[in-house]
Design a protein around this ligand. Structure first.
Ligand SMILES: *[C@@H]1O[C@H](CO)[C@@H](O)[C@H](O)[C@H]1NC(C)=O
Length: 317
């Protein structure tokens, strides 16, 4: 009895049993259960997932788990299949699992969407990584043009007096020349800033006006680059999968990553304004708070972090 009262060891015991159960389930019971259900329903796990789960994250997340944990190497390899071999891969899965297409006519097209989303996420991460590694280079005209475009979009009524000027501080860069401010995020940071100003011009200017508030302000561009890092690290860790599975019914592209950034930039500003930090010195704290909030949102299987009129009204607390 003494033992039972000791909640510490009880807890430990639960954890032990929990992990033994987890191991047991993953390695043996899962296969046996799958076999049993297949005998009863006549459908394999993938078929059940494709037919019964709602399209988007609920279906694709389960399909991904099922494929990655399959005993069959063909199924495990499917999560890395190249686009050119996708149809071939679907044929092999259908053969391997003895699926009768007449009896389950939507299986193939549903699984195809799942595979496009799963492999698309991996490819999208590779694209963001490539853009991040591309340093801002003043010798390259397209880089310089993007930087000037950012100014024109945010400050339509003010001309830039010269390429190197204190004016850059008005849109939140640190020194006279923004080229040194992209460190770490490279062209991914600049591309996000330009995308937000170009596609959500009204919102970007509104955020800039908050950032330039004498008391509650922050460095617009520097914080923007920091939020690019937030988006990038969420992407890298796989946390954005449910968001992309719900919002793009095929392969996500770079533009979808830029859209996600716009959501973060807009909502971080809203959060900051509502929280009223005493000064920019508290940036770390509020950044973490905002980061946690986004991570919680990403646990919802219905998550969709798209900047719409509806999502703009969302309370941020
Ligand atoms: C973003 O801000 C956090 C917290 O201040 C910091 O640790 C991180 O290095 C910053 N990242 C970039 C790219 O500025």
């Amino acid at each position: 009895m003494r033992f039972l009262k000791d909640s510490g060891s009880l807890c430990l015991l639960e954890v032990m049993f929990g992990s033994i159960w987890g191991c047991f389930y993953a390695s043996f019971l899962r296969y046996w259960l799958k076999w049993f259900i297949r005998q009863v329903t006549g459908r394999c796990e993938l078929q059940r997932i494709c037919a019964d789960c709602k399209s988007g994250a609920p279906r694709t997340t389960k399909a991904e788990y099922s494929l990655k944990n399959s005993k069959s190497s063909v199924l495990r390899a499917a999560v890395d299949v190249e686009e050119d071999h996708l149809d071939q891969c679907l044929d092999v899965i259908i053969r391997e699992k003895h699926i009768k297409s007449q009896k389950d006519p939507t299986f193939r097209s549903n699984l195809k969407v799942c595979l496009l989303q799963i492999t698309g996420y991996t490819n999208l991460f590779a694209s963001t990584e490539a853009l991040r590694k591309e340093n801002f280079d003043s010798e390259r005209d397209e880089h310089e043009e993007m930087l000037l475009k950012l100014w024109d979009l945010l400050m339509p009524d003010t001309k830039l007096e010269s390429r190197v000027t204190k004016q850059w501080g008005d849109i939140g860069f640190q020194g006279d020349d923004p080229k040194t401010d992209f460190r770490g995020m490279g062209m991914l940071g600049l591309t996000n800033l330009v995308f937000f100003s170009e596609h959500y011009t009204q919102e970007a200017r509104q955020v800039l006006s908050h950032a330039n508030h004498p008391k509650l302000g922050y460095s617009y561009a520097i914080v923007g680059i920091n939020l690019t890092e937030m988006a990038y690290s969420l992407m890298k860790g796989g946390a954005l999968k449910p968001h992309f599975y719900n919002t793009v019914s095929g392969r996500p592209q770079l533009l979808h990553f830029h859209q996600l950034y716009c959501y973060l930039a807009y909502h971080f500003d809203k959060f900051w304004v509502e929280e009223k930090p005493a000064s920019i010195m508290e940036f770390n704290h509020y950044r973490e708070k905002f980061h946690d909030k986004i991570k919680i949102q990403l646990l919802d299987p219905a998550v969709s972090l798209i900047l719409t009129e509806e999502s703009k009204k969302q309370p941020t607390k």
